[in-house]
Design a protein around this ligand. Structure first.
Ligand code: SF4
Length: 466
């Protein structure tokens, strides 16, 4: 599916590592490479060497941004460092907002990288500007950094400064900071976005997802807990900032996290398969073949097939070399774009009744094209099943779903959507089914884009002063 068109985007991923024995550039590179699915617009690495921070960031995929560093051995030196990949929302790409960001001030310097979104960013920025802060970017990350600077200088201690800054931050933030040779990982009190910590015999690392630790052969120790400030130096120390009620993002399980990751101690793959199984029980249909929208619908489709006993087959083939840069303006080009990205395996679908599984519907444009493609290639019937309940509300906590008018389910009932996308039938998993598949109590989840019940209430975002 095409970015900014029909699939919500994740804003970012973070990675940090400190080694007692080795240079860390390659580990950061491969850690970010494993997290590329969370952001493809820009990539950056900051390391600490010779008492200074060395930074390189640019627009593009990790492999593009750092190809010269690897090929010509221009690796950034240092035994500790952090990295970031960024997804930018429509209209706000640009190197000025790429991360990590380096801050120099009278208390020293640090590099910071952030995954998430603040909900009180405007207010914080205005207060900080009144108090003399000068901003050079439009990103939330700089607000967090300036707040930490201010509170460090006020308290005289960097960790106390972070703890104090957390009293004023509202929204989602999984952060890694490089301060001298220490890595500091911070997770917001609600635990919206994932953040994990792992180790090998030579290094300690933090990452947005366990798949990054796995790819480096490191053992996952545990999640960085909501409200936690994990300080990785010669020892690993745990501090806590302001606490609140935990609400993990349900969409990490449904779509964003890699299926081989474990998020909040729950394997994502199992959740997705459960979603498919529950969907088969809630919305059965007589059909010949279960087909997934690759790659997002595959695991749920396997679950649907296992529960329904309808065989799973590859009815749609994805061009794996189709990059995210393949964004074409105009309706005609977009239709061509879908055909180039996904093709129907005619022999698999000809004359068959198909159950087509995908993870979510935002605008409905892509699923409509896929139903048409399948029917044009001879599918007898196409029944669409979606492993996430209808998305009706914007996300304020780090997922690129910002406005009400982008959601087809905001304006139309299921029957109307079914007609609009040209499906023979359409069904979504229920909210109860989703919660059951994840296996966490409902009160520990954020479900705001589904039910409008936002964990951070308006009154919590109001600050009188800092
Ligand atoms: S609103 Fe939706 S996408 Fe955003 S954090 Fe909550 S569950 Fe996740």
């Amino acid at each position: 599916m095409t970015k900014c068109e029909d699939t919500p985007g994740e804003k970012c991923a973070v990675f940090g590592i400190r080694s007692a024995a080795e240079e860390v550039f390659d580990s950061i590179y491969y850690g970010l490479y494993a997290l590329q699915h969370r952001g493809q617009e820009s990539a950056g690495i900051a390391t600490f060497s010779d008492n200074k921070i060395i930074l390189y960031k640019n627009m593009g995929l990790v492999s593009d941004v750092f190809s010269d560093h690897l090929k010509n051995d221009r690796r950034l030196p240092g035994r500790s460092g952090i990295g970031h990949v960024r997804y930018s929302t429509c209209g706000s790409p640009g190197i000025e907002n790429a991360q990590p960001m380096v801050i120099n001030y009278s208390g020293g310097s640090f590099a910071i990288a952030h995954n998430g979104d603040l909900v009180n960013d405007d207010e914080l920025r205005a207060i900080l500007e009144r108090k003399g802060s000068v901003f050079t970017t439009t990103s939330d990350t700089e607000i967090i950094a300036q707040l930490i600077v201010k509170e460090h200088l006020r308290t005289g201690d960097f960790i106390e400064g972070i703890k104090s800054a957390m009293n004023y931050l509202r929204g989602s933030y999984s952060i890694v900071i490089l301060k001298e040779d220490r890595i500091i990982a911070v997770r917001d009190p609600w635990g919206f976005r994932p953040l994990v910590y792992g180790r090998s015999d030579k290094a300690v690392a933090v990452a947005s997802e366990t798949c990054a630790l796995d790819s480096l052969g490191m053992q996952t120790v545990r999640d960085v807990k909501p409200s936690e400030i994990l300080v990785i130096g010669d020892t690993v120390e745990s501090h806590y900032g302001r606490k609140d009620e935990v609400h993990h993002c349900m969409f990490e399980y449904v779509y964003f996290a890699r299926p081989d990751s474990i998020v909040n101690e729950i394997p994502v793959y199992e959740v997705r398969r459960n979603l498919g199984r529950i969907l088969a029980l809630e919305a059965p249909v007589e059909a010949d073949l279960v087909v997934a929208v690759p790659d997002s619908g595959i695991t749920a489709a396997i679950g649907y097939s296992q529960e329904s006993k309808i065989p799973y087959g590859e009815g749609l083939m994805k061009n794996r070399y189709h990059g995210r840069t393949f964004i074409m303006p105009g309706q005609k080009q977009r239709e061509l774009g879908v055909k180039v990205k996904l093709n129907v395996i005619k022999s698999e679908v000809l004359g068959k009744k198909i159950v087509l599984i995908d993870d979510s519907i935002v605008r409905g444009t892509t699923i409509k094209r896929l139903v048409k493609l399948l029917k044009d290639q001879g599918a007898a019937e196409v029944h669409v099943r979606i492993s996430c309940p209808p998305i009706r509300h914007p996300c304020h906590y780090g997922i690129d779903m910002q406005s009400y008018d982008q959601f087809i389910a905001q304006k139309k009932e299921v029957k109307e959507i079914e007609k609009q996308i040209g499906a023979d039938s359409l069904a979504y998993i229920s909210l109860e089914g989703l919660v059951h598949a994840i296996g966490l109590p409902e009160e520990k989840l954020c479900l705001a884009c589904l039910n409008g019940n936002y964990p951070i209430k308006e009154e919590q975002t109001k600050l009188s002063d800092i």
